[in-house]
Write a new protein. Structure first.
Length: 394
C-alpha cells in the first residue's frame, strides 16, 4: 500500500479530514445487518423453534463480524455462510439466504476476492435449494420463483462490491498520478536550478579569469616601468589594475546577486554594452570594436555573446603574441554573429584546453542556445566565430 501523505494538495488534505474514518462505515454496515436480521427473526416465519436470545445474539454476532471485513474478507465470508447454515440447522425462523450473507459477499468483492464471493454465493444457493427440496418444498416455487430473488440480491451485492473496488483503485491511480506529476515538476525545478548554478559558475570563471589575466599582465608592465624609472607608465598600469579589479568586483556582486533570485528574468550580469570596457582593458593588444546591434537582445543571448568575446580576448592576452584584434558583432535578424580575429601566431594546444575551459566553454555557451561556434588558426592569426539564434532557447 502506497501512502501519499506528503504529496497531497491542500484541497485533498481537507477532503481527507472531512471524510469519516473507514471503521465508522464498517460499524454502520454491521449495525444495519444486525438490525435487519433481528427484525426478520422477530417476524417468526417458519422454523421449528421460536426465536430466543441465542437467535438474536446470532444476528448481533453476524453484524459484528463485519468489523473485520477489511483485514479478513474471505474469513468473514465463510464464517457468515457457515453461521447461516448453523442457524437453519438449529431450526430458527426463516430469514432467507441472501440477506445474512449479502454484506459479506459485498466485502469480499470490494477487497479483491471476487472469485471467493462467487463460489460462496453458489455454494450457499445450491445448499439452500437442496435442503428445501429435501424438506418437501415445491420445486417450481423454490427454483422458479424464490431462487430468482436470492440470486438477484447476491449478484447485486457482489457487483456493488466490485464497483466500489474499481472506484477506489481509480481514486488511488489519480492520487498517484498527481503525486508523480508533482514529483516530476520538482525534478524539473531542481534541474533548472542546477543548470542555473552551472551557468553562474561559468560566468564567474570567465569574469574572474579575464580579470586575473588583465591584472597579471599590467602588474608585469608596472614592475618593468618601475624598474626603468617610468613613473607615468607604472601609474597607468596600476590605474588599469585598479579599474579592472573594481569592475570585476562589481560584476562579481551582480553575478552573486543572481543566486539570491529564483530566476534570471531581471537580466544578466553582463551584456554587449560592456564590450567597450572589455576592449579597453586588454593589455598589449589594440582592439577594434565593431558592434552593430540596434535592438534589445534576449538576456541569455546578450550575456552569451559577451562571454564568448571575453573568453576569446582572455585567450589572446594569455596565449597569443597578437598585437591587434578585431571584434565584430552583427545582427542578422534571426542570428547574432560574433567574430573575434587576432594577428598573433597560431597558439599551442593550451589555448583551447587549459583547465578544461577556453574554446570548449565558448562552444558550450553557443550550443546551449542552439547556435554554433568555430575556432581555429587562419592566415597570420586566429579566429573565433559564433552564430547565436535570437529567440526562445531550444
Amino acid at each position: 500500500m502506497i501512502a501519499y501523505v506528503g504529496d497531497m494538495t491542500p484541497g485533498a488534505e481537507d477532503d481527507a479530514r472531512l471524510r469519516p474514518p473507514a471503521w465508522a462505515g464498517d460499524v454502520l454496515l454491521g449495525v444495519a445487518v444486525a438490525v435487519t436480521l433481528a427484525i426478520v427473526i422477530s417476524s417468526d416465519q417458519g422454523g421449528r423453534n421460536e426465536p430466543d436470545t441465542f437467535a438474536y445474539l446470532w444476528a448481533v454476532g453476524l453484524g459484528g463480524l463485519l468489523l473485520a471485513r477489511r483485514r479478513y474478507p474471505v474469513l468473514v465470508l465463510w464464517i457468515s455462510v457457515l453461521g447461516l447454515f448453523s442457524y437453519y440447522i438449529a431450526g430458527y425462523p426463516a430469514i432467507g439466504v441472501a440477506v445474512p450473507v449479502a454484506a459479506a459477499l459485498l466485502s469480499a468483492a470490494e477487497f479483491g476476492r471476487l472469485a471467493w464471493a462467487v463460489v460462496a454465493a453458489v455454494i450457499t444457493l445450491v445448499t439452500s435449494v437442496g435442503f428445501r427440496l429435501a424438506d418437501g418444498e415445491d420445486l417450481s416455487y423454490v427454483v422458479g420463483y424464490d431462487l430468482a430473488g436470492h440470486v438477484l440480491l447476491m449478484s447485486a451485492a457482489i457487483a456493488l462490491g466490485d464497483s466500489l473496488r474499481s472506484r477506489r483503485l481509480a481514486a488511488e491511480s489519480a492520487r498517484r498520478l498527481v503525486a508523480l506529476t508533482a514529483e516530476r515538476a520538482r525534478h524539473q525545478a531542481d534541474a533548472a536550478r542546477r543548470e542555473e548554478r552551472v551557468a553562474i559558475a561559468r560566468d564567474l570563471h570567465d569574469s574572474l579569469g579575464h580579470a586575473t589575466s588583465v591584472v597579471s599582465m599590467h602588474a608585469d608592465v608596472a614592475r618593468e616601468a618601475i624598474g626603468r624609472g617610468d613613473q607615468e607608465g607604472a601609474g597607468a598600469a596600476l590605474r588599469t589594475i585598479k579599474d579592472t579589479t573594481t569592475a570585476s568586483m562589481t560584476e562579481l556582486r551582480r553575478t552573486v546577486g543572481l543566486l539570491r533570485t529564483a530566476t534570471r528574468s531581471t537580466g544578466s550580469a553582463v551584456a554587449l554594452d560592456d564590450l567597450e570596457a572589455l576592449a579597453a582593458a586588454a593589455p598589449g593588444v589594440t582592439v577594434t570594436l565593431d558592434v552593430r546591434v540596434s535592438r534589445p537582445l534576449p538576456p541569455t543571448v546578450d550575456a552569451a555573446a559577451y562571454r564568448i568575446v571575453q573568453e576569446a580576448v582572455t585567450n589572446i592576452v594569455r596565449h597569443s603574441s597578437a598585437q591587434h584584434a578585431v571584434i565584430t558583432v552583427l545582427d542578422h535578424g534571426d542570428v547574432i554573429e560574433v567574430d573575434v580575429v587576432d594577428d598573433g601566431a597560431p597558439p599551442d594546444l593550451s589555448r583551447s584546453t587549459a583547465g578544461g575551459h577556453g574554446i570548449a566553454g565558448m562552444r558550450e555557451r553557443a550550443t546551449a542556445l542552439g547556435g554554433t561556434l568555430t575556432a581555429g588558426p587562419e592566415d597570420h592569426g586566429f579566429r573565433v566565430r559564433a552564430e547565436l539564434p535570437v529567440g526562445e532557447r531550444r
